[in-house]
Design a protein around this ligand. Sequence first.
Ligand code: NAP
Length: 300
Amino acid sequence: MSADHGIGDAGRIPGLPEPPVLGQAMLPPGTYQGKVVLITGGGTGLGKAMAVEFARLGASIVIASRDPAHHAAGLAAVNAVGGQAIAVGVDIRSTEQIAAAFDAAEQHFGTVDVLVNNAAGNFPVAAENLSPNGWRAVVDIVLNGDFFCSQEFARRCVAAGRPGAILNILVAYMHGGAPGHAHSAAAKAGVASLTETLAVEWAPDGIRVNALTPGLFPHEDHTQDMRSQRPEGYEAEWKRIPALRVGRVHELGWAATYLCSPYAAYLTGHNFVLDGAEHLRRGLRMPEFVPIRDQIPRRT
Ligand code: NAP
């Protein structure tokens, strides 16, 4: 699927190669047989793609989010690869609802072995126009939600005397700042810090805590707010990435299955960046400065 983008010398490979096609597993069949994986926001986008790859390796999947339409989409995607899944309605801003979601998962499949903190809220807005509600909603979902889900998960692992793995999904802009995304960048930076703290606190209990930072991974579920920032479409963004291509959601799924698997048993407190070198500087000089308020429209 690699295309000649007209960049670089004739005859050279144009950028990083495409991964093996969707449908292959990266780990041995049955790696997750008998294991239960709860994925917040598992019915859309990257969460759904990760759910599929865990299911392909035998995991029982719990899709944890609010919208019944997203539940149906996640269940259909897992069933399509022969996996089994349930969906539980939960707003991760509520600790009561988080506990109820784990109760439901345990009643159906047994103790949860892997938690993927994938759910997030985000929208572009200049910081001076960000409402208290908007700030609190994003911080509540991303930082508070990830912490309370992790705490609930760890308490239950310890009580059951079982090991576990947590995977936090981050964003590269948590380092270096993210003009127009002050809420999301601050919340994700908090989750990065939690990844390291909780890895140390819970390693003696057999619980690993890692993070996965995706670069640009287009999918069909991007919100209108997020699409508005890329008027030429997501695929056209290959020009901005040293790899000369965007990410494929199944390669993100493979990374997630590795990081939570027994093959990564000694890996904890780590942030795995999968982005075709997108987060790295391109040269000595930065692009000309354009204030963020001139780049995004004012929200009413
Ligand atoms: P997405 O499709 O917008 O998914 C967000 C998910 O979060 C939805 O399934 C939503 O489900 C769930 N959610 C939101 N608020 C919730 C709440 N209060 N309680 C429970 N669930 C909630 O986003 P995505 O692009 O797949 O991104 C997934 C993760 O990857 C995010 O953490 C994002 O920051 C990160 N990421 C994505 C990219 C990318 O290129 N796509 C790049 C870097 C990082 P409901 O509406 O059903 O609740």
